[in-house]
Design a binder for this molecule. Structure first.
Ligand code: PHE
Ligand code: ZN
Ligand code: ZN
Ligand code: ZN
Length: 270
């Protein structure tokens, strides 16, 4: 996998902060900052050759969107999917929750394109709407999948809050697939970064996949659910309250795990 400088995902964080600032300080479902976030991420993916789809859904009297991006190639019957919710709460701009996951997987997608990766498995990225009001976008996506399409998705990795300041131990989801959790843990172990198995009780977008029988796991930059970042779900969850180092580490972890699970040969450049 490439070594990704922290500055790379931080560019996306800066862009999401600007979007929040220009839209009343929030990127929540039903607010213009949600749509603007989706459009900004889509534009970056389109520019490097991803096949993108913006899929609308209605919830609580407002339209929301999931953004799905496919990297052409790989076995379409053996899909590795990676996702992060792109909406924030209404109370704030949501830069750690979840501008961090949004930016980390976006940067990994851009790196896949830069490497012109030729994975054995097909790679699909997703940015979910309306997570904050009940995991709505990811649930709608899984529910709408025909059985034949559902069975092609063999693994799902979820990233929701990956840039908490002063992260003590990285919480690797224990409420999901054990083998995927072990892959994530192994990446941290190899670098002597502490982790802890964390049961997040299905409180993020991996839940719909797990329920559908798809192997799913993920990581959060928290070691306990009773001791979350003080700016969690608050107006102070801005770009200055998150940890660039944690964001950079998470981005490299996602790239490392994805490269390995994708079955890519040594990067073939064209
Ligand atoms: N899904 C939560 C959110 O977006 C993040 C979270 C997960 C918080 C698990 C606590 C426990 O707010
Ligand atoms: Zn609804
Ligand atoms: Zn979240
Ligand atoms: Zn949240």
């Amino acid at each position: 996998p490439p070594t990704i400088p922290t500055s790379a995902p931080l560019v996306h964080i800066g862009d999401l902060q600007k979007i929040a600032d220009a839209n009343g300080g929030t990127r929540a479902h039903g607010r213009p900052g949600h749509k603007a976030s989706v459009e900004a991420v889509k534009a970056k993916l389109d520019a490097v050759g991803f096949k993108t789809q913006v899929v609308p859904f209605n919830h609580a009297g407002a339209q929301g969107w999931n953004l799905i991006a496919d990297w052409t190639g790989g076995d379409e019957n053996n899909i590795l999917m990676v996702g992060a919710h792109i909406d924030s709460v209404t109370a704030g701009p949501g830069l750690n929750d979840n501008g961090s996951g949004t930016s980390a997987i976006l940067e990994v997608a851009l790196q896949v394109a830069k490497a012109n990766l030729k994975p054995t498995r097909h790679l699909r990225f997703a940015w979910w709407g309306a997570e904050e009001i009940g995991l709505i976008g990811s649930s709608a996506y899984v529910r709408a999948l025909p059985a034949a399409e559902k069975s092609k998705i063999k693994s799902y990795l979820n990233f929701d809050m990956v840039a908490t300041k002063k992260v003590k131990k990285w919480g690797v989801y224990s409420d999901g697939d054990k083998a995927l959790a072990a892959e994530i843990k192994a990446w941290y172990d190899a670098r002597n970064v502490p982790t802890v198995p964390l049961d997040i009780n299905g409180r993020s977008d991996h839940a719909a996949f797990t329920r559908a029988g798809i192997a799913a796991s993920g990581v959060i930059s928290e070691d306990s659910l009773s001791n979350l970042d003080p700016c969690y779900h608050k107006a102070c969850d801005t770009q200055t309250s998150l940890s660039p180092d944690a964001l950079g580490l998470a981005t490299n972890m996602i790239a490392g795990v994805m490269w390995k699970l994708s079955g890519a040969k040594v990067a073939a450049r064209s």
